[in-house]
Design a binder for this molecule. Structure first.
Ligand code: ATP
Ligand code: MG
Length: 362
C-alpha cells in the first residue's frame, strides 16, 4: 500500500454558524487521483483551500507528506493549485507564464529553459511558447495553467473544477489528457468537481460530500454500484427509488413487498421485518422478460411511455400500486405503450436502504 501523502484528521471549518466542512477525516495516498464530488455548497472548495493553506481549519489537523502543516504558510507547502479560471498573466507569453515560478526562485537560465520546455512538451504546447494567453483557446489556456502548476514539481496538485469553463467535447478530451498526465508524473491529484461522470471517469477514488460531511469514499465502481446512502445513490447517475416493506428475514436474504409482489434481495444487517425500505435500482440494470420466463425477480408492470434516445430507449412503466420504474432498454422490441409487460433485475444489483423520515427525498 502506497504511503499517505495528505491526511485530514477531524477537520471542521465554520463560517459563523455554518459548518462548511463538518468533521471530515481522510487519507490520500501518494500518487492517487482522488476526487471530491458533491453538489454546490457541500464544502469541496473549502476543503481544498485548507489543504493549500489559504484557509485555516476551525479544528482538526492536516498532514502533507507526514508533516503537520497547520501552521505552515501556503507557499511552504508541497502543493500547488489549479483553479477553474486560469489566472494566467495576460501580458506575458506562454513561455514566461510557465517560467515565472522558476524565475522567482532564481533558477539558472539553462535549467529553467529545460524545465519549461519539458512541461510545455508534456501539455503539448511547445510550439505556442511565444503566444499571449488571449491568443489561445480555453483548453490551451488551461493546459498552460497546469504546466505552470507542475513546473515546481509539487508533491500534490490541487485542482478546483479545472475544466468547468470548457465546452463538453473539450472537457471530455481534457479529462483523458489530465488523467494521462497525472499517471506519467506520478504525483497526487486532489480534484474537485460536481460532475459525477467526470469523477467516475478520472478518479482512483471518489469522496462523495454532502453538507460538509463525507457520505462515502471508494473506487468509482463501488460508488456507482453499491452506493452506501440514498444521497449517493441519487447523486451518482440515474436510479429508480422504490418504496417497499420487509416481509421476512432469513440468514442471508430479505423478502420485500414491492407493490403487490414479493421479491428477495441481499440481507442488510440493520434492516428488520416490518421496516419500511427504499430500493435503488439503476435503469440500465432492468430487463423486460416474457411472461413465460421464470426469474427470481419478476414484476408485472404497465408500459406508460417509450422514449427513443438514440443508443437506447427509455421506457417508463408503472407497478400495480402506482410507483413508476424507468428502464433504459436496448431491447425494447417486446414492449409497446399501454400494454402489460414483465421486468426483472439481479437481486445483487438492488440496493436497499432503511426508510428514514429525516432522509430527504430526491
Ligand atoms: N469565506 C466564506 N465566508 C462565509 N461562508 C463561506 C465562505 N466560503 C465558503 N462559504 C460557505 O461554505 C459553504 C461551502 O462552500 P464551498 O465553496 O466549499 O462549496 P463547494 O462545494 O466548493 O461549492 P461549488 O460546487 O458551488 O463550488 C457554502 O455554503 C459557502 O457559502
Ligand atoms: Mg467550489
Amino acid at each position: 500500500m502506497a504511503e499517505s501523502m495528505v491526511k485530514l484528521e477531524n477537520i471542521t471549518k465554520q463560517f459563523g454558524e455554518l459548518h462548511a466542512v463538518d468533521n471530515i477525516s481522510l487519507t490520500i495516498k501518494q500518487g492517487e487521483f482522488l476526487t471530491l464530488l458533491g453538489p454546490s455548497g457541500c464544502g469541496k472548495t473549502t476543503t481544498l483551500r485548507m489543504i493549500a493553506g489559504f484557509e485555516n481549519p476551525t479544528s482538526g489537523n492536516i498532514w502533507i507528506n507526514q508533516a503537520l502543516v497547520n501552521e505552515i504558510a501556503p507557499y511552504h507547502r508541497e502543493v500547488n493549485t489549479v483553479f477553474q479560471h486560469y489566472s494566467l498573466f495576460p501580458h506575458m507569453t506562454v513561455f514566461n507564464n510557465v517560467a515565472f515560478g522558476l524565475k522567482m526562485k532564481k533558477v539558472k537560465k539553462a535549467e529553467m529553459m529545460e524545465r519549461v520546455y519539458n512541461v510545455l512538451d508534456l501539455v503539448q504546447l511547445k510550439e505556442y511558447e511565444n503566444r499571449k494567453p488571449n491568443q489561445l483557446s480555453g483548453g490551451q489556456q488551461q493546459r498552460i495553467a497546469i504546466a505552470r502548476a507542475i513546473i515546481n514539481n509539487p508533491q500534490v496538485l490541487l485542482l478546483d473544477e479545472p475544466l468547468g469553463a470548457l465546452d463538453l467535447k473539450l472537457r471530455k478530451q481534457m479529462q483523458l489528457e489530465l488523467k494521462h498526465l497525472q499517471q506519467s508524473l506520478g504525483i497526487t491529484f486532489i480534484y474537485v468537481t460536481h460532475d459525477q461522470e467526470e469523477a467516475l471517469t478520472m478518479s482512483d477514488r471518489i469522496v462523495v460530500m454532502n453538507k460538509g460531511k463525507i457520505e462515502q469514499v471508494d473506487v468509482p465502481r463501488v460508488i456507482y454500484e453499491m452506493p452506501k446512502t440514498l444521497f449517493v445513490s441519487s447523486f451518482i447517475g440515474d436510479t429508480n427509488i422504490l418504496k417497499g416493506m420487509v416481509h421476512k428475514k432469513s440468514n442471508d436474504e430479505l423478502t420485500l413487498q414491492l407493490g403487490a409482489e414479493m421479491i428477495t434481495v441481499k440481507k442488510e444487517p440493520t434492516i428488520e421485518v416490518d421496516d419500511h425500505v427504499l430500493l435503488s435500482i439503476r435503469p440500465e440494470n432492468i430487463y423486460f422478460i416474457k411472461e413465460t420466463e421464470s426469474h427470481d425477480i419478476k414484476i408485472p408492470v404497465k408500459v406508460i411511455e417509450c422514449i427513443y434516445t438514440g443508443s437506447s430507449t427509455k421506457v417508463v412503466t408503472q407497478l400495480s400500486d402506482g410507483q413508476k420504474i424507468v428502464i433504459q432498454s436496448t431491447n425494447d422490441a417486446i414492449v409497446t405503450k399501454n400494454t402489460a409487460a414483465f421486468l426483472t433485475w439481479k437481486k445483487e444489483l438492488t440496493v436497499v436502504y432503511k426508510a428514514n423520515e429525516k432522509e430527504e427525498t430526491f
